[in-house]
Design a protein around this ligand. Sequence first.
Ligand SMILES: *Cc1c(COP(=O)(O)O)cnc(C)c1O
Length: 349
Amino acid sequence: MFTIENIVRPHILTLKPYSSARDEYTGTEGVFLDANENPFGSALEGENYNRYPDPLQGKVKEKLAKIKQCKPNQIFLGNGSDEPIDLLFRAFCEPQQDNVILMPPTYGMYEVSADMNLVQTKKVKLTPDFQIDIDGVLKAIDKNTKLIFVCSPNNPSANSLKKVHIRLLLSNFNGLVIVDEAYIDFAKEESWIEELSSFPNLLVLQTFSKAWGLAALRLGMAFASPEIIKVLNKIKPPYNINEVTQTLALQALDNESKKNEMVKAILEEREKLVIAFGKIACISKIYPSDANFILVKTVDAEKIYDYLVKNGVIVRNRSKVVLCDDCLRITVGTPSENQILIKHLDLYK
Ligand SMILES: *Cc1c(COP(=O)(O)O)cnc(C)c1O
């Protein structure tokens, strides 16, 4: 059975977290002489950033909870998705003892974070059509396996992973299943957030970096049970989300329709690109995409990549990645950017 006590590292359970001035007194009225801030204002004219930000980002979470149809206490916000990924290792994985399961080809940050934390990675390749090798994963689980990373839609293959498989992992694994939904806004599938109440061992990652168009802000989201969120809050740096980011995130969340319009435009462009790629001689296969990028197999990824760079078009060469021989990962751009890409691909050789 999954219990949080069974998987948290013992010293994290008993850790006494840093208590900030803003944790100890949370009222908004008063004479604030508790945090050694500058009482006069800031060195920025007309702006006041002299006070430390809300350590738990209450306003952002309240707004986000309405949009995502969950509770504020089911949300953790991090400095990009990188931060919750790293915190998951630090909270749940004993270095040089525990392990996690990854399913390549997938997002590179899981392995970097594991390596940084001296945690072993067990790799169970996706099948050739980029779905979960469910028997392989279930067999790879041992008593020290704490996390399974599932990226859906998957980067770099762009497809969604089958829900029946993810459900099997959730019900047959006593550690945490992390479903990274960085590209969920571009997918036909519904988010796993709606399943949080059914699976105490589910954690969903999302980000403001893709559909919301806020990669520069560095704001990632994790959704899970309040017990799991509490553990992440306990070990995060006290003020991990700065005031500028919180203010701008609130503005963006009030403007969800703009995000939806951009997603719609990207999906239209994705469809046009798929049609155009179908007519290009040097592309031999177009993989189905549920994301804002498309993985294509080419006749010679190395050469085509260099050729495109020479012409000022930068794509991602994924040809050295397992199951991605001769593959390029191409982000959907604006109509004019995509036309430039297609023009050069048409002229190749
Ligand atoms: C882009 C991406 C992210 C987002 O990372 P941030 O740190 O939030 O910018 C997360 N997961 C995957 C799979 C991605 O491709």
